[in-house]
Every structure is written in C-alpha cells, then in structure tokens.
Design a protein. Sequence first.
Length: 142
Amino acid sequence: MEDKIATLEKTLNSWKRRKIHIVKTLGLSKLIYSASVLAMSKHTVEKINKIIFDFLWDGKPAKIKKKTIIAEKKHGGLKMIDFEIMERSLKLAWIKRIAENNRAVWKIIPEKALSQYGGFAFFSQCQYDINFCDLQNLPEPF
C-alpha cells in the first residue's frame, strides 16, 4: 500500500506543478509587457495576485503560506511567481536599459522626467542614503 500512496502523492504533486505552470505560461505571459511599461496601482497588482492564488487554491483558503509557495524548490517552495515582485523587477530592468551607452530616441522621455532631479547620470553615479531622500513629493503614477 505504501507504493500506491507514494504514487498518489507523486501524481497530486505533479498536478500542483502544472497549475503553477499554467499560471506562468498562459496567465502571466499576457501581462509581462504591460507590467513592464505601464504604471500599475497597488490595487491592480493585488487584484492580479488574488486571481492567481485563487486559481491555485480553487478559491479556497491557502494551505501553504505564500512565502513558502514562491520560494525556490531547494528551499521547499514551488517557485511560484508573486506578481508584485515580478512587476517591480520588470520596472527595475529599465534602469539597465537607460544606463546602456547608446543614443536610443526613447531615452529622451526618462531623461526629461529626471532632469529636474539632476538627470539619470546623477541618480546612477551619486552616493545617497535613501533614508534622507524626500520621497513625499514625487509625482504619482499615471
């Protein structure tokens, strides 16, 4: 009977991975471009995460902590994507693109937006402590 229980466990675990694979492949892939170029409100990001995790748990309360399910497999997780983290990382990837030494025309937009603060070169080369920055008067996302 132990071998049948092990087979059952293996089968059920493979279906869990498939649900995560479905979310990553068919769900999140439709949002990647928009999330990388558009400002998204916290409400929108939370709504997307809720839809994803409701799908994973069939609308029932989660049986595994979110922190665990998004962890790497070597740490006991299932390597699920947290959309909030993904959305932030997509935005951060723009820093590298802006910093590349080429004269792409689209770079005029972020340079103009940052010009009142010293331009991108200032931000990328200065040594500042985030604790002393006045972040209260930054413009709101669109």
